[in-house]
Write a protein that binds this ligand. Structure first.
Ligand SMILES: Cc1cc2nc3c(=O)[nH]c(=O)nc-3n(C[C@H](O)[C@H](O)[C@H](O)COP(=O)(O)OP(=O)(O)OC[C@H]3O[C@@H](n4cnc5c(N)ncnc54)[C@H](O)[C@@H]3O)c2cc1C
Length: 436
């Protein structure tokens, strides 16, 4: 493995520290040809490669750093069958047929991860026991109850349960929530072990994967796409851009990078909890993402540590420990008995936010496809986006409803996104605490 992947691998992350050791992937050092070039070795890129492999379509994955180096290897690892918006709200805004279709896709997304783990026998701590969405306000709880009623009455789905305030406090070991929505179909996993395990399985079946191989330029050349890396080149018929929040303007004239706002999400882990703390903290043992606009998410780790994520420094520019203080404060608010607890790991990564809160799939050119913009919901959704990208390249027609590229334009005043983001975060934070 060369220098780049050794020095810049989010070394502070719990996932990095506990990932299983695997053989490293090579760096591209020559000129090669393929049918599909995939730019980005995270969940989206690897899921696309997985489904291209099923269809016997030759592909190459090019990753600038290391497999799972981006958001995919830093996430909380929750695969939840929900969008940012409630299903009842989606039904109101887009009609019942579309909302039903989105619900089907969200379930398919989590199912597809379960299938991938089973098919490739990926040892990544995958557990499908459910997930809780607790409500911090009466209004948020009302929304979750409406969602449960909509699923029951319109989708005929009775899997979801809504817990009252007392049950929620018992389940979470936290006094701050008014109730919670429990979906037993959600899953969680070790994200580095999933990405590395999937990449290794794909490579053993013939998919060529290169790390420390950033695509620097991508140009049309004699009816094909030519991607140049520092030490080699790839010639391909199709290209998939799977670079999410790390997207740069690779294709001339493309505005893709201006259609998303990269926002930093931060995570801390505590020291291992002692027996008393353990009994008082998340006794239900399920992962949690609350219903705030600026979400807080947490889960117990196999080491007995609590992982707690949310907003640190949303610009992602600050790397010092002080940038994680807001998160430590949120942890103390959520679990007062853990106030001031020693923090073991701190890390952050970038999510791609879109104006309509949907991820999007589309084409920049006849042969250049993309899928990105998952916000904090990419673990599950990227898995079906990869599937759809592969289907489209193979010539199938697929319809992803509001996630298609129609109307997915540039963010106004994109150059001012950092200031805008900070103002927006402050506004959301005020609304969250005001409503509470
Ligand atoms: C801290 C954090 C916690 C999160 N928690 C959750 C969660 O619990 N549940 C959930 O559903 N979602 C969560 N998310 C969001 C989720 O992780 C992302 O939506 C998802 O990982 C996106 O996957 P991706 O493959 O599209 O992008 P990434 O994983 O970001 O991968 C993009 C890759 O492209 C590479 N790349 C970019 N440009 C080039 C180039 N020119 N050449 C080659 N390679 C290139 C990058 O190096 C990067 O590795 C979280 C995100 C963060 C940051």
């Amino acid at each position: 493995m060369n220098k780049l992947s050794q020095i810049d691998k989010d070394p502070r992350s719990f996932w990095r520290k506990t990932a299983k050791r695997r053989d490293p992937f090579p760096t591209l050092g020559q000129d090669v040809e393929t049918t599909v070039l995939i730019v980005g070795g995270g969940f989206t890129g690897l899921s696309t490669a997985r489904d291209l492999l099923k269809r016997d379509v030759d592909c190459i994955v090019m990753e600038a750093r290391d497999i799972g180096w981006g958001a995919s290897g830093r996430t909380g690892g929750f695969a939840v069958p929900r969008f940012k918006m409630n299903y009842s709200d989606l039904a109101r805004d887009f009609g019942e047929k579309t909302a039903l279709d989105l619900f089907g896709k969200a379930i398919e997304a989590v199912d597809s991860i379960a299938e991938t783990v089973a098919e490739f026998d990926i040892d990544c701590g995958f557990q499908r026991d459910g997930h809780l969405t607790p409500a911090h306000t009466i209004k948020a709880l009302r929304g979750l109850k409406e969602d449960q009623a909509w699923l029951r009455d319109v989708a005929g789905d009775t899997a979801v349960r809504v817990l009252d305030a007392e049950e929620t406090a018992d389940a979470l070991g936290s006094p701050v929530y008014r109730g919670a929505y429990l979906d037993p179909r959600a899953a969680c996993l070790h994200p580095k072990d999933y990405t590395h395990g999937l990449a290794a399985a794909l490579a053993s079946r013939g998919v060529r994967i290169f790390v420390d191989s950033p695509v620097k330029t991508l140009v049309r050349d004699d009816g094909r796409w030519l991607a140049q890396t520092p030490e080699g080149a790839v010639r391909a018929r199709h290209v998939v851009l799977a670079s999410n929040a790390y997207t740069t303007p690779l294709v001339e004239g493309s505005t893709l990078h201006r259609r998303i706002i990269p926002v930093s999400s931060s995570v801390i882990t505590t020291r291992p909890l002692n027996d008393t703390e353990r009994k008082m903290t998340l006794p239900i043992g399920l992962p949690v993402t609350d219903a705030r606009r600026l979400v807080r998410y947490f889960r117990m780790l196999p080491t007995g540590q609590l992982l707690f994520g949310g907003r640190g420094d949303i610009t992602g520019r600050r790397k010092d420990e002080a940038a994680y203080r807001p998160l430590e404060q949120q942890l103390a608010e959520t679990f007062p008995h853990l106030a001031g607890i020693e923090i073991h790991e701190r890390w952050s990564g970038k999510v791609a936010v879109t104006l309509d809160s949907f991820p999007h799939i589309g084409r920049l050119d006849e042969d250049v496809h993309y899928a990105l913009g998952y916000g904090g919901r990419g673990v599950a959704l990227s898995s079906i986006m990869g599937r759809r990208l592969a289907e489209r390249i193979a010539g199938d027609r697929t319809d992803m409803g509001p996630m298609e590229d129609a109307g997915f334009g540039s963010v106004p005043f994109h150059a001012l996104r950092r200031t805008g983001m900070q103002m927006m975060a402050r506004y959301y934070q005020l609304r969250d605490s005001f409503e509470q």
